[in-house]
Design a protein around this ligand. Structure first.
Ligand code: NAD
Length: 491
């Protein structure tokens, strides 16, 4: 048994692992007793056998959320904020334990997992503060015949569906604003990573969230369980983070009940480097924008567009930095890049890279799977990628950086916008005027200027075009869980 394997075993034995459904304040097995395996991407071994919720379990969770709804909605905002504040403090106190679970089920590096634990906790802190800042409006009617009151009310029972790549942060980014607004929730975490979400349920219960306010229903049967909830008339909201493909399907389902929808979907982020950029800053920014989470991020730089006069220099320096990254299991904190989530994900990336090289791209570093166990892939840089290469139209979701060139600013913007996605983008230039001009013209919900790290609980995060609807984080995040009621008053 390797050192990493031993540490994983010790971890599982020493920490409490929640592997049942959390419904109405109780831990319960699935209605039909079924369980599914959660795998460790670094070894392929089984981390836990988790209860796989049935459609009846999901509906029971909706019923619990509906029952808890009125009391939670009318609880003092300060009391709702206090629950979130205590949950934030518990997450910080237990960040190591949370990070271990994140590493075990998602495979990311230790530094990324600790970073995620803190980032995820930050949403509870931010929305603990926002809970007491829900403001309506009083408007003058132009005819002076009444007062116009615009009140903000919680939307109601919210179904939250999250992806595997940030098992803690994608959950807290939804639970935080929902609870602050006065909504009760049913969270359906990704089947690859349910353990962190279940730990969050326990942590919120200990922080004082009443039974039924937060319910967590993992399930291997994602389609039927989510569909059943979206068809239940007690549900009023869907907040989804995941692929555009599944998001589109859920939007169609949600239309039956005209549900309020917030959608955080896929991306294909351009990373623009102009000839006046500070090259070192651009290379460091590229490393962060590409390699945070091993490239398994919706805001990962997916297309490197570099001015033709500096492309060779940029490519060489970037490839040199990429080749020095240490790849290995996240349980060893010295490793900087973990495995991909599973074998099919790795096979898809390998195929994309091979196709790209066959189509004329030049391999600067990496390019292949690494020996197992686990789903490791070498950090890869491809230069001279032709504009028609499919890799530029695909969300790579792995440690692969394709570089292509542009001649002038107009071409850079046109190529950056040549995608149906519009989530993140990055611009590197020492001329702030130019950088802002480009930022204004880029069709993306998030623009990083001279930096590769953009995530912040205080910022409104979200996508344009097919990358999504609505914003999470910041002051905007809570409005996604509030509804406006207009009251016309004679007084
Ligand atoms: P996914 O769409 O496969 O799954 C997301 C969630 O939907 C999971 O909980 C999954 O179990 C569930 N799901 C899958 N099929 C379903 C169905 N038929 N009905 C109902 N639910 C279903 O995405 P993923 O592979 O978990 O995550 C990767 C994707 O998420 C990428 O496209 C990435 O860009 C995107 N993402 C976006 C953001 C953002 O903020 N915009 C953040 C993280 C990830």
């Amino acid at each position: 048994m390797s050192r990493a394997d031993r540490r994983i075993e010790e971890t599982i034995m020493s920490e409490t692992l929640f592997d049942d459904l959390y419904v109405g304040g109780k831990w319960i097995a699935a209605g039909d007793g079924e369980r599914f395996a959660v795998a460790d991407p670094a070894t392929g071994g089984t981390v836990a056998m988790v209860a796989s919720g049935t459609t009846e379990d999901a509906i029971a969770a909706v019923a619990a959320a509906a029952e808890a709804g009125p009391l939670w909605a009318s609880a003092p905002p300060r009391a709702r904020g206090d629950v979130l504040r205590r949950a934030y403090e518990a997450m910080i106190a237990r960040r190591g334990e949370i990070a271990r679970l994140i590493v075990l089920e998602s495979g990311k590096s230790w530094a990324d997992a600790i970073g995620e634990a803190d980032y995820a906790a930050g949403f509870f802190r931010w929305y603990a503060e926002e809970a007491v800042r829900i403001r309506g409006q009083v408007g003058a009617s132009p005819a002076a015949d009444k007062q116009i009151l615009a009140l903000q009310e919680p939307v109601g029972v919210s179904v939250l569906v999250t992806p595997w790549n940030f098992p803690a942060a994608m959950a807290t980014r939804k639970i935080g604003p929902a609870l602050a607004a006065g909504c009760t929730v049913v969270l359906k975490p990704a089947s690859d990573t349910p353990l962190t979400a279940l730990l969050l349920a326990d942590l919120l219960a200990q922080a004082g969230a009443p039974a039924g306010v937060v319910n967590v229903v993992p399930s291997r049967r994602s389609g039927p369980t989510v569909a059943a909830m979206l068809g239940d008339p007690r549900v009023r909201k869907l907040s989804f983070t995941g692929s555009t493909e599944v998001g589109q399907m859920l939007l169609r389902l949600a239309s039956d009940q005209v549900l309020n929808c917030s959608m955080e979907l896929g991306g294909n982020a351009p990373f623009l480097v102009f000839d006046d950029a500070d090259l070192e800053t651009a290379v460091e920014g590229a490393l962060v924008a590409k390699m945070r989470n091993g490239g398994e991020s919706c805001i990962a730089a997916n297309r490197f567009l570099v001015h033709e006069s500096i492309a060779a220099d940029f490519g060489e320096r970037f490839a040199e930095r990429m080749s020095r990254l240490r790849v290995g299991p996240g349980m060893d904190p010295h490793n900087e890049v973990g495995p991909l989530i599973n074998e099919p994900a790795r096979a898809e990336i390998a195929a994309l890279v091979r196709q790209s090289i066959a189509g004329g791209a030049r391999l600067l570093t990496g390019g292949a799977e690494l020996d197992g166990p686990g789903w490791f892939f070498a950090p890869t840089v491809l230069a001279d990628v032709p504009p028609q290469d499919p890799i530029l139209r695909t969300e790579i979701f792995g440690p692969v950086a394709p570089i292509c060139t542009f001649g002038d600013e107009a071409e850079a913007i046109a190529r950056a916008n040549n995608t149906e996605f519009g989530l993140a983008s990055y611009v590197f230039s020492r001329d702030v005027g130019r950088a802002l001009r480009v930022a204004y013209r880029i069709e993306a919900g998030v623009v990083g200027i001279n930096r590769g790290f953009v995530s912040d609980p205080a910022a409104p995060f979200g996508g344009m075009k097919q990358s999504g609807l609505g914003r999470e984080g910041g002051a905007a995040g809570i409005t996604e869980f509030l509804e406006t009621k207009y009251v016309a008053v004679n007084w």
